[in-house]
Ligand binder design. Structure first.
Ligand code: NAG
Ligand code: NAG
Ligand code: NAG
Length: 461
């Protein structure tokens, strides 16, 4: 997108919305879009600015101090959030219980280690499994379970050559056919993690077998790449990507954030171009504005590859961290930004974000049309006063615990968020096209065989 008339800048960005109330300025509205945690704001903020502005939100940028109360930042319970309390029983399938499950965890030779798979941006498949094994919400009785978790590290196993696509597909089908409870609900109460942009497409025939199950994935809509999306906004759950443990640690982080005044760049994008339009545009833009935008073309390996620490040292050196889409719409950079305390700017139109019941992303990040990557974007970012940036950063600092896969004992964590989301999916009753029930509560199949007598392998789907 070509740059627009720079003289017109402020009116372009802050001109009143045609439908807005006249007493609300655009600045009010932009500021007001900001809501981090529902419960918190409802109680603390509403009573303030409503008199001068009919927007349901308030100008939260005017006084960044008045609403920060340490205990209140991320609260799952209460109105506007997820409910009153967590009460959930999850059965985790054991690797020895189901034939084939070990293949999905360790590959055909059983040599792929979970410790290797827990690293990197796809580590969520291992972390969530481990957290569930330790969880107080785990049950060992299938008959009392609300949900069933099917562990699998296939993203990692596939990357390491442990299984081919064909083997993955066949193994999943075999595994599912040994689960009477999967058949009972048609898969509706079974939970799977697919940690990468491919989502459930890692299992080729997912659309036949898993199209009713609960899928945990960082990836939203992918209709741009495939004709069907594996993500369904009603039944599936968006999870945060796995940020490097060295950055999410409470103490002694790999690198610490810099004060705003010491940051060299307005914005940065640090990643590989992978031939993606948005990324290539950013790399070009950085050549035009080398003082404002840091965006070298990075490589997978060789001298131009940044080491782990080096990467974060660069990332922290800008006020805004640009997060364009890559192969798919989710981007780990969005989550990483919070740990170096730059304001993430999403340049990925289809991105879906986690925990939207309690997080208002307009308060902690910016989303800009990916079709408008150019001088206009840099002009806009430059027009934002530092106090707004500081304010967004301060709020982000309080929300980022939601991106950390810390132990269940932490009141704010990615895992807690996921548990609350899962709880919303729990149903009292399950049935499928192949499930029937009688006057006395007996569940039977089409041949009137009682559930306890169902034999594996089950017919699927
Ligand atoms: C996946 O496996 C099932 C069962 O073996 C088979 O029917 C199906 O065609 C396979 N899907 C693909 C895409 O190969
Ligand atoms: C799910 O898969 C089954 C079996 O292929 C199919 O009959 C059904 O239409 C699919 N449902 C959805 C919502 O795609
Ligand atoms: C329920 O009724 C059916 C049909 O009369 C019978 O076969 C079954 O054993 C009963 N189940 C229980 C739990 O009593």
């Amino acid at each position: 997108m070509a740059s627009t008339n720079p003289g017109n800048k402020s009116t372009r960005f802050f001109s009143p919305h045609p439908h807005s109330h006249t007493q609300c300025t655009r600045t009010h509205q932009i500021a007001a879009l900001a809501l981090i945690v529902g419960t918190f704001f409802l109680t603390r903020l509403f009573d303030h600015s409503l008199s001068s502005c009919t927007s349901p939100y308030r100008n939260s940028f005017s006084d960044p101090n008045q609403y920060i109360a340490p205990d209140d930042v991320v609260r799952f319970e209460g109105s506007g959030g997820y409910g009153t309390h967590l009460s959930l029983r999850i059965y985790v399938y054991d690797e020895d219980e189901i034939e084939g499950l070990k293949l999905l965890l360790y590959g055909r030779e059983g040599k792929i280690s979970a410790d290797a798979c827990v690293k990197g941006q796809w580590g969520t498949q291992v972390k969530i499994h481990r957290l569930l094994l330790q969880s107080t919400f785990r049950t060992k009785k299938k008959e009392e379970a609300d949900l069933f978790f099917v562990p699998s590290y296939v993203k990692c196993v596939r990357m390491m050559g442990g299984l081919s696509d064909k083997e993955i597909n066949q193994t999943y089908v075999k595994v599912l056919s040994q689960m009477p409870y999967f058949r009972l609900s048609g898969g509706r109460n079974h939970v799977f993690v697919f940690p990468s942009g491919a989502g459930a497409h890692l299992f080729k025939s997912w659309a036949t077998y898993l199209n009713r199950s609960i899928i945990l994935t960082p990836e939203g809509d992918r209709t741009d790449k495939r004709d069907t999306t594996a993500f369904n906004t009603w039944k599936d759950i968006i999870i945060p990507g796995n940020v490097d443990d060295g950055m999410t640690a409470h103490k002694s982080r790999l690198v610490d954030p810099l004060p705003l005044s010491r940051r060299k760049y307005l914005a940065n994008y640090l990643g590989r171009a992978q031939g993606k339009a948005g990324r290539l545009q950013l790399i070009d833009l950085a050549k035009q504005y080398p003082d404002k935008l840091e965006s070298p073309e990075l490589k997978f390996s060789g001298p131009e590859k940044l080491g782990r620490t080096e990467y974060f040292q660069h990332l922290r050196n800008a006020k805004f961290c640009l997060a364009p889409r890559g192969e798919s719409s989710w981007t780990l950079r969005f989550y990483e930004s919070f740990f170096v305390e730059c304001v993430p700017v999403l340049l990925s139109d289809q991105a879906e974000l986690p925990f939207q019941n309690i997080v208002d992303y307009a308060q902690i990040s910016i989303k800009w049309p990916s079709t408008r990557i150019g001088t206009q974007l840099l002009d806009y970012l430059e027009s934002i006063p530092d106090k707004y940036i500081e304010d967004m950063i301060a709020k982000g600092r309080r929300v980022r615990c939601l991106w950390v896969y810390s132990p269940e004992s932490e009141s704010c964590s990615a895992f807690r968020g996921i548990l609350w989301e899962l709880q919303k999916k729990v149903r009292k009753f399950h049935n499928s096209a192949e499930t029937f029930w009688l006057h006395n509560g007996s569940i039977v199949n089409r041949d009137l065989v009682e559930f306890s007598k169902w034999k594996t392998p089950m017919p699927l789907p």
